[in-house]
Design a protein around this ligand. Structure first.
Ligand code: ACM
Length: 579
């Protein structure tokens, strides 16, 4: 007979975690002592819009029945639930598929999923969360664990919350569970939830340092855990081109590799003397795109233009303005190399973008547009001729012409462009979405012009910054951005009216990898700053509470530990910095 081993109840774990915080509250306010204590709710990140304790828990054991609408058989919802049952019980889920709106007979002790037709939802406050694209409800009683939504994405978010309602051990793979026959307790709660912003992203630069597919998938898993929904994959850089383009094989034969790499800080002039490179084949990219889609994450690929193009020009110098030997760069910074605005360059870019669009089905293609010095255009007869021919004022307007032409091409294929905020200079392409990185200014200007924006201001959203005293930290590019700085970030700039603010689709954290060579260091730089950002983007500003977040983060660290994430420990076990 198998042993039954109850896992530590969530509330107990939370109580242990919250003891220091409770002591702080007790000693700082006598009035709290007289009050009935609030029930301690599960430590969820991002915190849901509403959550109430409603009674006794539901338990998941081997063989717990899962009732799923038949239309979801074989869907990512089916596989995600199966995976959850597999990690909890180390057995496949015990699914029963039902036809119609809900199961005709309700079995005791079952997990039940309901997928509502949004047209049949009555428009009332009870259904407010369900009528949202990504909203969901969870209702937990001892008899039933009910997950409801009006979209598959909503149900997926509900399952991500359910995972966090379970003890943190759920994040650890443990084959002994099949014989231990554990009882998993889900606290009795009612949760109704939906996100604040539609774009909740994290970026990764694989140009400066290449990251393997296995890590990209892990990065996507962590995004899903935090209910983020966009992965901005920065695929091309001066130091390396990382995507196979079949029509242009030299992009992966030449542009994907550099001779050596700068070591230590910029300006050290010390190189490692080792060739470096790598790229993703189209098969690998298809695999990653479909992996992300199973987690309702859309990948936004970035193909940089007209600057940050030294590597491309090293492979195909005919698309540059200068008759010189270009090289895949081996150090960091901004380089003068730039695409020449010739017809053959546009032909090349359209060919490349055709292959990119075939791989990435999402609405957005990011075309870069940042840090493009105009010197080589100033010196180029061809660029000057285009300026004259098109009646442009200067090289900034030439960049606008360049980006607008690419936008027209992508729009003609049903796609939209995103560009860094430099694309405002010389005139914004008519339908472009602006990614504001040099502070909030570009985002404010674009929103006021009626363009959509995604906020990534450097001070709070650049996760390549230091997060502690320089002497105690691994090498980083510059600056200081703490978890608390990220948590304090408000994506809607105060300068925007309510109408203008509707153009702020959301925000993202950026992970540039000049000084990040390994997946472990990516994790160290991204987490838990991305955890803080996930709450900024999902929850209401009125719910923001640094002390509550800090306390929940302690619990969340156990989840990250169990997943083997090498997060930065600065906020572990200490109430910082205003204790
Ligand atoms: C950027 O950080 N160059 C967008």
């Amino acid at each position: 007979m198998s042993m039954t081993k109850p896992l530590s109840n969530h509330k107990t774990v939370m109580l242990q975690k919250l003891i220091p915080l409770l002591c702080l509250l007790l000693f700082s306010s006598t009035s709290i002592i007289a009050q009935e204590p609030e029930p301690i709710l599960p430590a969820l990140i991002p915190v849901p819009k509403t959550m109430q304790a409603i009674g006794n828990p539901f338990t998941i054991v081997q063989g717990t029945l899962i009732l799923l609408p038949s239309e979801l058989e074989g869907s990512p919802i089916h596989s995600t639930l199966n995976e959850l049952m597999h990690t909890t019980t180390w057995l496949n889920g015990n699914f029963v598929f039902y036809e119609g709106n809900k199961p005709s007979t309700m079995t005791d002790s079952a997990i039940v999923l309901l997928l509502h037709n949004p047209e049949n939802l009555q428009n009332n406050t009870h259904n407010k969360h369900l009528s949202h694209q990504e909203g969901y409800r969870i209702h937990v009683t001892p008899e039933q664990l009910k997950l409801e939504a009006s979209t598959e994405h909503g149900l997926f978010n509900a399952i991500m919350t359910l995972r966090q309602l379970l003890p943190t051990e759920v994040e650890k793979e443990d084959p002994s569970r099949v014989s231990n026959n554990m009882i998993w307790t889900v606290p009795g709660v009612h949760i109704a939830d939906h996100p604040r912003f539609s774009y909740r992203g994290l970026h990764l630069d694989v140009g400066r340092h290449f990251m393997p597919v296995s890590f990209i998938k892990h990065y996507i898993d962590l995004l899903a855990m935090h209910k983020m929904n966009r992965f901005h994959w920065h695929l091309t850089e001066d130091q390396g081109w990382r995507i196979e383009i079949k029509a242009y094989p030299k992009l992966t034969e030449i542009a994907a590799f550099r001779k050596e790499t700068l070591i230590r800080r910029y300006g050290s002039n010390t190189y490692d003397n080792r060739p470096y490179g790598g790229f993703y084949t189209q098969e690998e990219i298809k695999d990653v795109v479909s992996y992300a889609a199973e987690k309702y994450i859309t990948i936004v690929p970035e193909i940089e233009m007209p600057g940050h193009t030294s590597a491309v020009l090293a492979a195909y110098p005919e698309y540059g303005c200068q008759d010189k030997e270009y090289k895949v760069q081996t150090t960091w910074g901004v380089f003068e190399d730039i695409f020449c605005p010739s017809e053959k360059t546009f032909g090349f870019l359209e060919d490349v973008l055709d292959e990119v669009m075939a791989l990435f089905p999402g609405e957005y293609i990011h075309i870069g547009g940042d840090e493009a010095p105009k010197k080589q255009w100033e010196e180029s007869a061809l660029a000057q001729e285009v300026i004259r021919r098109e009646g442009l004022k200067d090289e900034h307007e030439l960049q606008s012409y360049f980006i607008s032409r690419i936008e027209r091409y992508l729009n003609s294929k049903g796609r939209q462009i995103i560009g860094w905020d430099e694309i405002l200079e010389g005139g914004l392409a008519p339908r472009a979405t602006v990614m504001s990185w040099r502070g909030e200014r570009g985002g404010i200007e674009a929103a006021k012009m009626g363009h959509d924006v995604i906020m990534t201001p450097g001070n709070t959203n650049y996760f390549d910054h230091y997060q502690g005293t320089m002497s105690n930290e691994p090498l980083a590019i510059c600056c200081f951005t703490s978890v608390e700085d990220v948590y304090g970030y408000e994506p809607i700039p105060a300068a925007l009216s309510q109408e203008e603010a509707k153009h702020v689709l959301g925000a993202q954290g950026n992970v540039w990898t000049e000084y990040i060579r390994t997946p472990e260091k990516v994790e160290y730089m991204a987490y838990p700053r991305a955890t803080a950002l996930s709450e900024v983007l999902w929850s209401d500003p009125s719910q923001k509470d640094w002390y509550s977040f800090w306390a929940r983060l302690q619990h969340h660290f156990e989840r990250l530990d169990n997943r083997g994430v090498n997060y930065a420990p600065h906020y572990e076990g200490q109430l910082k910095p205003h204790e």
